[in-house]
Design a protein around this ligand. Structure first.
Ligand code: GLY
Length: 357
């Protein structure tokens, strides 16, 4: 099957290439001027990074591979500072480029280092998890964590291109793949119900890499996100709808000390948002029930501990302070009709939690 190219618009338009065996497309996005190309990659992805590195070298650029820790441990100021030092030592200049190979943590870190080095050098992202392909690598959000929280330091910095090779998903741990499916299903509920139809047609197959609809699910999810971030890169409005299920999801991640997979927490958070929407008279019961059915069918959790409400409520309040004066939830006014529920009554918040606990 040939590669698909999905355009992402806005102030700095770029493309995402999707397909099997598309890693050699990386040099297409590096720019002719790039003498040095630094490939930042998750330690465990040395093989994928080597394939990417070879294609860059064959295109005539000097390549330097920079392994970083897997997962969130990559998003540390110490890791970024180490990379800045090595970029300096390698003489990486304004026309040079960075490539980020890994899951969402590594693409966030690579984007951040690229955004900050010399006030911005070109970055190409090579997401290797389902979550990173459909979400983290698309839309120009870059970040590292601080002792005070996740993603507190970063920049909106769109990449020059994204290369999503679906062939690499086969080696992903199954639970990691299923976690990514939560963001795919989110795209179905907020914007593209065909996604839900495809998952529901064979949930077991959707929950494994290489399923019959994998490519279409990924492309539809990316296209959905592309449309949103093309219109609203800086989250002034529409982009907020991508946070569907994330308000409670983030609180659960925090309660779990970030040991729960993001998609698992978001799955519970989507069921919560659906219950909240229904209780507020915004969402019909059948669409609310569809959340639990489809998420359960692919093996995602839909409930959390009954006694956790006070802690989760407090965590959402902290999240609130960072955003605005009041709690804001993305809810649905129907399938693919996202809206905002601001400052809901306390009893609604609690009743909705009772439905997911
Ligand atoms: N992951 C949500 C966003 O990119 O806005």
């Amino acid at each position: 099957m040939t590669a698909t190219r999905i355009a992402i618009g806005g102030e700095r338009p770029y493309e995402t290439v999707v397909g099997t065996g598309v890693l050699p497309a990386v040099p297409d996005f590096l720019g002719r001027q790039a003498g040095n190309v630094v490939v930042i990659h998750a330690e465990s992805l040395a093989t994928v990074a080597a394939v990417v590195g070879r294609s860059i070298a064959e295109a005539g650029h000097a390549v330097r591979l920079e392994p970083v820790p897997d997962g969130e441990a990559a998003k540390e100021i110490g890791v970024a500072a180490g990379l800045w030092s090595r970029l300096a030592a390698a003489g990486v200049g304004r026309d040079d480029a960075i490539v980020g190979v890994g899951g969402g943590a590594v693409t966030d870190l690579s984007g951040f280092v690229a955004a900050t080095w010399l006030r911005g050098v070109r970055v190409v992202l090579v997401p290797t998890t389902l979550l990173a392909m459909v979400d983290a690598a698309i839309g120009g959000k870059t970040a590292i964590n601080t002792a005070d929280g996740k993603n507190l330091v970063g920049a909106f910095y769109p990449p020059a291109g994204v290369v999503a090779d679906t062939g690499v998903l086969a080696s992903l741990p199954l639970a990691e793949y299923v976690s990514g499916l939560a963001e795919v299903i989110k795209a179905g509920f907020v914007a593209d119900p065909v996604i839900l139809d495809l998952v529901e047609s064979d949930p077991g197959a959707a929950a494994r890499p290489g399923g019959p609809h994998e490519r279409e699910l990924i492309e539809r999810s990316i296209a959905m996100k592309a449309a949103v971030v093309s219109a609203d890169l800086r989250e002034a409005g529409l982009r907020e709808t991508l946070n569907y299920g994330h308000t409670l999801g983030h609180a659960i991640e925090r309660a779990e000390n970030f040991s729960m997979r993001h998609g698992e927490a978001v799955a519970i958070g989507m069921c919560y948002a659906a219950a909240l929407g229904r209780l507020a008279g915004r969402l019909d019961p059948a669409t609310a029930a569809r959340h639990r059915a489809v998420l359960t069918a692919v093996g995602l959790p839909v409930r959390y501990q009954p006694g956790a409400w006070p802690e989760l409520r407090a965590a959402m309040a902290v999240d609130k302070k960072a955003r605005s004066a009041k709690l804001r939830f993305v809810v649905l006014d129907g399938l693919a009709k996202p809206g905002i529920l601001a400052d809901p009554a306390e009893h609604l918040l609690e009743r909705a939690y009772a439905e997911v606990s």
